[in-house]
Structure formats: C-alpha cells, structure tokens
Design a protein around this ligand. Sequence first.
Ligand code: NI
Ligand code: MN
Length: 227
Amino acid sequence: MMAKITFYGHSAFLVELDGKKILIDPYLSNPLSPVKPEDVKDVDLVVLTHGHGDHLGDAITILKNNKNAKIVAIYELANYVGEQIGDPSRAIGGNIGGPMLVDDLKIALTPATHSSPYGAPTGVVIIGKEATIYHAGDTGVTMDMKLIGELYKPDIALLPIGGHFTMDPVEAAKAVELIKPKVAIPMHWGTFPVLYGKPEEFKKLVEEKTPETKVIILQPGETYSYP
Ligand code: NI
Ligand code: MN
C-alpha cells in the first residue's frame, strides 16, 4: 500500500493515507491551486497548523460542503472552526505534544516558531501504517525538529522554504539535517512575490548537507506516491 501526497500550492496538501483523505492547510483559493474549494469531495479530515488566512484558508467552506469531515487542530482553532460551521461535534482540538487518536491514525501537533490568531501555531505529524508525514506549518528552524525526527522518524517532511514569514532554503536545509526524513517536499514558495525562496536552491543545499534525504519538488497539482 502507498501513501499519496498531492500539492495544491502554498502549504495545501491532500494526503491519502491508510484509506483516509486528509486535507492539510486547505488554502485552495491560492493563485496556484488547480482545485477549487467547491470541488473538494469525500474528505475525511481537515488538519490545520494555525489560524492565518493562508492556512485556515477555505477550511470552513470545505467543512460545510463535506458533512462527515472532521477538523483537527490546536484546541482554540478547532473550536473556532467548529463554531463557524455550526457543528462543534466535528471539531477535534488537541494540544502540542499530546498525540490524538483520530480514525485509526495518530496525529501529533508539534511546536512551530510563528504566530497565530487562535491558540498557538503548530506543525503536525500524521502517523499511519503506510507512512509518517510531518507538515511543519509556518515556522523557523528550531531544535525541536531534532526531537521530532528522533521521536516520530517521519518518512516525509513538508517544509516551508519561501522566507520572510518562514524558513528560507538555508534554514529549511538545516531543518532537514535535524529531522533526517527519507523525503523532503518544499512548500510555502512561489505563491506571492514576497516568498523569494526557490525549491531548486533548497534541493541543492539538502543534497550537499544531507544526501540521504531525497528532495521531491512538487508543482501545484502534482502527486507523489510513497514509497
Ligand atoms: Ni502563518
Ligand atoms: Mn503562511
């Protein structure tokens, strides 16, 4: 069995893992997304790293259209979204460092050095049978990433590289050194002119410093299957 990861531009991904469809940070109205929020069907979970508009994105529209989908995020953000969709029973709010059991998956929120209007900003580790996937959210590089690498041994790390609000390719390559995932996929690049970091530069730096990690550059709409 294979896990599938489809990039929708910015930090938005569709993860198909253990038979579940999981949308992470579904800002599908971003200028590069090939999929519109109204087109999303049969999603099981929407996972949010923090409450900024480019991550909360179109979660509320998607959750209103997908009545069986649950929202997983830090407590304050999950509750906010639960209120906005008029159904708090679909909100699964946890906190950093306390893994949650959700539909046969384990989901752990991780520290992120950033800001957020609802609760603390986070990353997220999604642990399934087919793969363990770490989405770092918006963050700088932090020594917590070494711990995330040791504890969860992510197969795939989704890392922001655009700079200005998050790591650029230099910091993100350092993050790869700390996490040591099998595969690293850059995100949070190219959406807006202010995000100057280039995925090719990230790939070059990782190949120099951490050659055992494979960098996969996905263009919006492309899918990577693991293994
Ligand atoms: Ni942010
Ligand atoms: Mn962002």
